[in-house]
Design a protein around this ligand. Structure first.
Ligand code: SF4
Length: 457
């Protein structure tokens, strides 16, 4: 079970697990040093990256994320435009300033190590920070795991049942889709209203509504920013940004053919705008991850643009419903590409968006659950094989497909009465097991699939 704030977070591109998570882990390590009165004695920090972080960390900007975290920044406290400035200053000076003012030497070659052959047992995205004093004595070491969606666990947390402990005080304990349907129907409320009742145990409804409005405003701003930018994306593949040109053509083209194609073309535009922004290291809202951040905003914008009587209350209902569905995947499977492949990222986003759209189209709780199930069923087995370790190909277009599939899933569910053969719980279980059986080559390692069959130029 996740709260709105946990699921929809400010993320810095291009990856929630490889950029946002490592930044938060490095930040936490410095906090740990401070809280344990060790900071003043630190002369050097070594960071070791394991598993998927070691294999695709370069393309996912993990090194600079670590430097930013050690320098005291979190994804929501740094503007994308500041990032290069901070990282360049560290590279030029050979020093990092740990907050508030502990200046330590830093060498990229010696202090940031990629342990490509090593996989720690709890999760593929593992990292270890070691602090040394001026005489090279080790002061302490800590392991952290970036488990997807910007969530970070230390070793102790990884050994506990976080899901149960974190929200034991909420009035409605939602551990499965069956629980979700039962509790909502028992209370005589929609899924969105049930989530709101849980949220209201911690804050006033008016505050939660403001929070939801702010999430959508940030998503919408990200679409606009993505559309406003041209040129090629960073990383060396020379992938051109396409959103600006597509927007220009859609805005100018009033031919019959364009009008007929309009809805899917606009969905493509909005999803790709967000993911081009993400690929360039921009600011996005995790939904549930950075790599899949374009699906929900595109479908919300579809609702606001094409559904009659769309209003801000509908957007809130969408996000609340999506929160319930995203929480089920996080609890009972995974939202990490490094753990279950892209079915856990774009697949989950598709499922969340399908449920959200079904809810605001007036679907019953059963139709909403059906939409979420359809949204994942046809993404089962989807691998993660980003070319060059960059979150660009296939990721950007994949978000457009995720958005289109979400609309289809919602519409299909709305044609029925909610009765269906495969339950959402079964499809989540299947996704988890498929991810477990998937070769490591297809789990954000860039060791298989498109990543090895397309030559980088
Ligand atoms: S393929 Fe999917 S899971 Fe992998 S990096 Fe791209 S968006 Fe993320």
């Amino acid at each position: 079970m996740l709260t709105i704030a946990e699921l929809f977070k400010t993320g810095l591109g291009p990856s929630s697990s490889h950029t946002t998570g490592p930044m938060k882990a490095a930040f936490r390590f410095v906090q740990y040093l401070t809280e344990n009165d060790m900071l003043a004695g630190v002369a050097r920090i070594e960071t070791q990256l394991f598993g998927s972080l070691a294999l695709t960390g370069i393309g996912h900007h993990t090194p600079r994320a670590v430097l930013l975290g050690l320098s005291g920044f979190e994804p929501h406290t740094i503007q994308p435009a500041q990032v290069d400035q901070v990282v360049t200053a560290i590279a030029d000076s050979g020093f990092i300033t740990l907050p508030p003012a502990q200046k330590i030497a830093f060498s990229r070659a010696h202090d940031l190590l990629f342990e490509t052959g090593v996989h720690l047992p709890y999760h593929s995205n593992a990292m270890m920070f070691l602090a040394f004093d001026a005489d090279r004595n080790e002061l302490t070491r800590r392991i952290y795991y970036s488990i997807g969606g910007g969530f970070v666990l230390d070793e102790v947390e990884a050994g506990r049942n976080q899901q149960t402990e974190a929200h034991a005080d909420l009035p409605f304990q939602i551990t499965s889709a069956a629980d979700l349907l039962f509790l909502a129907n028992q209370q005589g409320v929609s899924i969105a209203e049930l989530v709101m009742m849980n949220e209201c145990s911690k804050a006033k409804q008016v505050e939660i509504e403001a929070q939801l409005d702010s999430i959508w405003q940030q998503m919408s701003a990200c679409i606009d920013h993505g559309i406003s930018r041209t040129g090629v994306l960073p990383g060396g593949l020379d992938v051109p940004r396409r959103a600006a040109d597509l927007a220009r053509r859609l805005n100018n083209d009033s031919s019959d053919a364009a009008v007929k194609a309009e809805r899917s073309d606009w969905l493509n535009l909005w999803a790709m705008a967000v993911n081009e922004e993400n690929a360039s290291g921009g600011r996005v809202i995790t939904a549930p991850t950075n790599g899949a951040a374009g699906v929900l905003p595109a479908v919300i914008k579809y609702y606001l643009s094409f559904v009659e009587n769309a209003d801000p209350a509908g957007v809130r209902t969408f996000l609340l419903t999506a929160t319930a569905i995203g929480g089920l995947y996080k609890r009972n499977a995974s939202i990490s590409g490094a753990e279950v492949g892209c079915q856990g990222e774009v697949g989950v986003a598709c499922s969340m968006a399908a449920a959200g759209l079904a809810a605001i189209l007036g679907g019953s709780n059963e139709q909403i659950e059906n939409a979420a199930e359809i949204g994942m069923e046809h993404n089962l087995g989807m691998t993660c094989d980003p070319i060059g370790g960059l979150v660009q190909i296939p990721c950007i277009e994949r978000n457009a497909f995720g958005a289109a599939m979400a609309v289809q899933a919602a519409r299909l569910a709305m044609l029925g009465d909610g009765t269906h053969f495969v339950s959402l719980d079964k499809v989540i279980q299947t996704m988890r097991e498929t991810g477990r059986d998937m070769s490591r080559k297809y789990k954000e390692t860039s060791e298989g699939g498109l990543a090895v069959n397309v030559v980088e130029c």
